[in-house]
Design a protein around this ligand. Structure first.
Ligand SMILES: Cc1cc2nc3c(=O)[nH]c(=O)nc-3n(C[C@H](O)[C@H](O)[C@H](O)COP(=O)(O)OP(=O)(O)OC[C@H]3O[C@@H](n4cnc5c(N)ncnc54)[C@H](O)[C@@H]3O)c2cc1C
Length: 354
């Protein structure tokens, strides 16, 4: 147990947690060093010692007023949890919408959820400087749009991006090259610039999800056993575990528009899914992009059990099934899966992009 850094190709020196160092040389080296929460470069912020998710998950007290820097999935999951525990919560988001990678209709639905929970959200906003110390009291100067305001809070949580843990790895000593953001350069078989050295997971710039880190490892293992797997074209499903959940796989609508991919849009409010009524959770909606050959290009659900719907859509996409196969299936009543019948009952005939 300790921290490794390259001292020469395929050789690391480990600073042992128990004290002392150990030198290790491998015929093959696998790098899986991950990322850590970025502390944004804001005057006074490092001295204020903001929490990251690590400290937030170890809290044994309730913050009076928690300011969360970042309106991505980490920020929003903590915002809702801490608000429901009883904290006052303010989210400061740099972009003009929450969850910048999501379509605007989904981001708006999440904003509405946050507001309904009593969470204060500032969009198009940034923290300009901080005084005080998180945990005992902080004062923040915040720009919101074109104006500035002061915020007093008890705690800060930094949830504004990730920094790869390659800065203390001395990768150059191992002939391992990084990209301009500090991620390890890999090809689609996850091989680095150094022979017999692979990188996997977040440090290799792969999408930041546990199942993708695991899939990276499986790709490398399969290839070492004589297989021929790559990261090319794989589906990246993910879920934001708020209550209710937001789940997505494949193309976003905004992405299809930007790339000029023709699609038809199927959209259904959760209130039209009978299971949602039995659960008394009618918030949200489901949407899917249908391609020219009737296959599903992308799927997003915001609502109860969205992550379980996701698996069904992903399976159909992996199998290359037409959307009509789900439309015409006799799903058990009353389950969320039945929602696919309503979703695909009558998608518009016209394609949105030619
Ligand atoms: C708050 C939060 C919630 C999340 N929720 C989800 C979720 O619901 N679903 C999901 O799919 N993903 C989720 N993720 C993302 C998921 O945790 C990561 O994508 C995943 O852990 C990445 O795996 P990894 O192996 O790349 O890196 P890590 O899991 O970060 O592992 C890297 C390890 O390497 C160690 N290390 C670093 N440098 C060195 C060194 N020089 N020498 C030795 N060891 C070193 C680190 O200490 C660490 O233990 C969440 C992340 C956060 C922060």
């Amino acid at each position: 147990m300790g921290e490794a850094r390259f001292i020469e190709p395929k050789t690391v020196e480990v600073k042992l947690n128990a004290g002392g160092t150990r030198r290790l040389r491998g015929d093959r080296v696998f790098l899986d060093v991950g990322t850590r929460a970025t502390i944004p470069n804001v005057p006074g912020l490092p001295a204020a010692a903001p929490m990251t998710h690590v400290e937030a998950l170890n809290l044994d007290r309730l913050p009076d007023h928690l300011v969360i820097m970042g309106g991505g999935y980490v920020g929003l999951e903590f915002a809702q949890a801490m608000r429901r525990f009883g904290s006052r919560v303010t989210v400061i988001q740099h972009g003009k919408q929450l969850l910048e990678q999501e379509d605007p209709d989904m981001a708006d639905a999440l904003l509405e959820l946050m507001k309904d929970e009593g969470i204060e959200v500032f969009l198009d906003a940034e923290v300009l400087n901080v005084t005080g110390r998180s945990g005992t009291g902080v004062e923040l100067q915040v720009r919101v749009g074109a104006s500035e305001r002061a915020l007093h809070a008890s705690d800060i949580l930094a949830a504004a991006g990730r920094t790869p843990n390659t800065d203390r790895l001395d990768p150059a000593n191992g002939n391992v090259r990084l990209d301009s953001h500090g991620y390890i350069r890999v090809n689609d078989r996850l091989q680095t610039s150094a022979p017999d050295v692979w990188a996997m997971g977040e440090c290799a710039g792969s999408p930041k999800f546990t199942h993708i880190g695991e899939d990276d490892c499986n790709i490398v293992l399969a290839n070492l056993a004589g297989g021929n797997r790559t990261t090319r074209g794989r589906l990246i499903p993910y879920c934001l575990f708020t209550d209710p959940e937001l789940a997505h796989v494949g193309l976003h609508e905004a992405e299809a528009k930007a790339k000029g991919v023709p699609y038809r849009l199927a959209k259904l409010p959760m209130s039209r899914v009978q299971r949602a009524h039995t659960l008394s959770q009618m918030r949200g909606f489901i949407k899917a992009l249908i391609g020219a050959d009737d296959r599903i290009l992308g799927f997003t659900a915001f609502g109860a059990e969205a992550s379980e719907l996701l698996g069904i859509a992903q399976t159909a996409m992996i199998g290359g099934m037409p959307y009509t196969a789900l439309r015409d299936a006799a799903f058990t009543h009353p389950t969320m899966a039945e929602g696919f019948k309503g979703l695909f009952a009558s998608p518009p005939a016209a394609r949105l992009v030619q």
